[in-house]
Ligand binder design. Sequence first.
Ligand code: FAS
Ligand code: PHB
Length: 392
Amino acid sequence: MVRTQVAIVGAGPAGLTLSHLLHLEGIESIIVEARGQDYIESRVRAGVLEQTTVDLMVQSGLGERLLREGLVHHGVWLNFGGQRRRIDFDDLTGGRAITVYAQHEVVKDLIKARLDSGGQILFEAEDVTVEEFQSEAPRLRFRKGGAEQEISCDFIGGCDGFHGICRPSIPEGVLAVYDRTYPFAWLGILAEAAPSSEELVYSYHDRGFALFSMRSPGVTRLYLQCDPEEDLERWPDERIWAELLTRHSTGDGWAPRQGPIVQKGLTGMRSFVVEPMQCGRLFLAGDAAHIVPPTGAKGLNLAVADVAVLARALAAFYQSGRRDLLKRYSETCLRRVWKVQRFSWWMTAMLHRFQTDNAFDRRRQLAELDYVTSSRAAQTTLAENYVGLPLD
Ligand code: FAS
Ligand code: PHB
């Protein structure tokens, strides 16, 4: 039986950041991860870091490669009705920005930091279970390399994502679930093509939403709204490019540059929250507790915000015996979670085509986009949410 202070399930952004922040406070943890290191370091997911996330990474000693390779953006473009209009983050938020730096790069930096400082990450763990978390002596059981293993601990970080085992391990009747599934998905591609815009472009079009993003000076990241049950086999490269060029068409002649498509994938669209985000000594963080539609670029950022709260609460417990911050963990996180859910829903509702909408709804959406890009008050609300609300 191995002993640690905090056992963490999942080596995604939530679990790794939690372990790193605890280490800085002198608190021991062990991460138990189902997948292998290579797999999670190459899993293509999010791409945009809020200012709040960048600040936390830099302040916690993880900023070196991020500041060198990350692409700092001081604005974003909304493209609709044949025109592109820019939301100026600098002017509207006093200099806060976003940084484009792929999630798997964040994961690589976090794994390196943990292993370099002697952190323990147990990859390829099977059949992980969390037990006794409503007692003062919770524990993890799992199998690794064919051998049964057990970790006893004081607390468990449930950072195992939407399909993990931590949330389902909480007894019936404890959790309230808030859930909305959208009638569309995103088809995402990575193309070996130099980005033709320095900043992201969100396009509203009669045929559906499209997003232009990037990963590096040589790689463009693009998404288009599609049917939730879409079959990727029905989307050869030519069809993807034709649809992207149509939806991103605009009056100023801008268009995504084309290049070989090196990755294709489908992402479902969902808003999901469980309350509370804790049960006894098990604390849920990140996608284990909530899911946002990626239109607001918030998934990863919300995971990091959760564990910043949890690390602070655990430090207060170990350093001064305080239990109040742990007790208030869910309440503290959920204030931000629901504001981010609202923003992500709002961006999704404003920019996507809904089959159930009629001509009135389309005019209403165009009027909202016109208002959001012409009123300073409306631009400010988009900008301050997009770059990230300050941590409480
Ligand atoms: P994660 O899912 O990243 O990590 C959970 C970890 O737990 C994984 O490594 C998993 O292997 C492990 N695990 C699961 N079950 C386990 C078990 N039983 N035992 C041990 N380990 C277990 N967000 C954006 O902002 N923008 C995007 O464009 C975007 N695109 C996405 C595309 C896809 C396909 C997906 C699934 C998500 C996307 N997201 C996006 C959201 C994503 O970035 C998440 O918000 C982010 O990964 C959340 O981090 P974690 O909470 O750490 O969960
Ligand atoms: C991305 O670059 O992957 C990205 C950017 C903005 C979003 C979603 C995804 O809203």
